[in-house]
Design a protein. Structure first.
Ligand code: MLT
Length: 405
């Protein structure tokens, strides 16, 4: 009789956003007349920009003609997109990333979950707490995280780096040396960022410790302040210690169309001199048949002059929502952070409520959905996340309702 991967049995509950979805659906069923506003999952609401749509249409038409039809995409990504990424996301920022260090994928969620496969099961991970749940869950599925303690909600073999108000929601260098360090800046869920000198400290630390940093830069396009790094490769020495993950979801609205990429520098080697770039290429070749041609053409359009202008306008739209949420919450007496370099606003649940108590309270009394901070880890308890990805009208209405509570 077959057996399952028992690591899956150790996973606590269901995935955070599935739990929220179930709760909201149950509420909707019981209260069909209520108008629910979702500021929960970080999903975009603006349609794809015209330049992207034009490019998609063109690519679809090409697929109808024998001479321009495309079958399997190159598993590492089309050259046209990889070159556009290298030029715009790296060369333009003074970071020298070669085309063959860029691996196009169907999104950063998959990459952030899959990347752990190329590391030894004995490697120890360090994560921020709170954290995007995919990093820990996928390492747990692989059997790297030890046992889960239901009381503390911590895994025995994970190094947690608490990010709280006291440290500006920025992790401190861990006492115990990890092998793999997950960092995400601008941060999901807290919306916090670190400046370049702070990130340089992490790069220096990793190089010295022989650790690898998995740097999730999915929210890079939301950076508005000076001296906040747009890529970890702005830091000296990052190519020998860091993998960077990027997404087209948040900067260009590809949550439904799916596109992302990972940068795995050729200089990045394990202690035996094995190249991670070669390993990731091997993994891609075996398990991935490439992101769709039409979507990669749409991704290329993000880097056109029109595409840049239009996606910038969308980001400004969401950041205006962020400002409305942040200011509105402050007026209503909440303690808030984030929302300056990121589309997430991190607030303290009022009156000593737990994160889930506030979730239920907000859903029942304002019909607004947010994300409980404790869903991202125990240090998120007592906190709550709202996203700026709603429509302007819904954002205004949600804040009106929250102020009336
Ligand atoms: C979130 O709400 O944290 C994100 O949308 C989740 C994701 O990007 O997968």
């Amino acid at each position: 009789m077959f057996k399952i991967n028992e690591n899956y049995l150790k996973l606590p509950g269901s995935y955070l956003f599935s739990t929220i979805g179930k709760k909201v659906n149950a509420y909707k069923e019981a209260n069909p007349d209520k108008e629910i506003i979702s500021l929960g999952i970080g999903d975009v609401t603006q349609p794809l920009a015209p330049a992207i749509i034009d490019s998609l249409h063109k690519a679809v038409d090409e697929m109808a003609v024998r001479e321009t039809f495309r079958g399997y995409a190159p598993d590492l990504g089309y050259e046209f997109l990889r070159s556009a990424i290298a030029k715009n996301d790296y060369a333009a920022r003074g970071a020298d990333i070669a085309v063959d260090e860029i691996f196009v994928s169907d999104g950063a969620k998959c990459d952030s979950g899959n990347i752990q496969e190329i590391f030894s099961i004995n490697n120890k991970i360090a994560v921020c707490d709170p954290v995007y749940p995919v990093y820990v869950d996928t390492n747990a599925m692989a059997g790297r995280t030890g046992t889960y303690n239901k009381e503390t909600e911590l895994w025995s073999n994970v190094i947690y780096m608490p990010c709280k108000a006291e440290n500006g929601f920025a992790p401190e260098l861990p006492e115990e040396t990890p092998d793999i360090i997950y960092l995400c800046f601008p941060n999901n869920p807290t919306g916090a960022t670190i400046k370049k000198p702070q990130l340089q400290e992490w790069v220096d630390y990793a190089n010295k410790a022989g650790a690898v940093i998995i740097y999730d830069a999915a929210y890079e396009a939301y950076i508005s302040e000076e001296d906040v790094p747009h890529t970890i490769y702005e830091c000296e020495g990052a190519k020998t210690c860091a993998i960077e993950l990027k997404s087209f979801s948040k900067n260009a609205g590809f949550t439904g169309t799916r596109l992302g990429y990972a940068v795995v520098p050729k200089a990045l080697k394990d202690s035996d001199g094995n190249s991670l770039n070669a390993l990731w290429a091997r993994r891609h070749g075996t398990k991935f048949n490439g992101a769709p041609y039409i979507i990669q053409r749409a991704g290329e359009a993000v880097y056109s002059e029109e595409g840049k202008k239009q996606t910038k306008e969308q980001i400004a739209y969401y950041m205006n929502n962020a400002r409305i949420i942040k200011e509105g919450l402050k007026e209503a007496g909440f303690t808030v952070s984030g929302g300056v370099n990121a589309p997430y606003i991190w607030l303290t649940a009022p009156s000593g409520m737990t994160s889930w108590e506030f979730f239920d309270y907000l859903l029942a009394n304002a019909n607004v959905v947010g994300t409980p901070g404790s869903g991202f880890g125990p240090s998120g308890e007592g906190y709550f996340r709202l996203t700026a990805f709603g429509t302007y009208e819904n954002t205004i209405e949600a804040l009106k309702r929250i102020k009336e509570l």
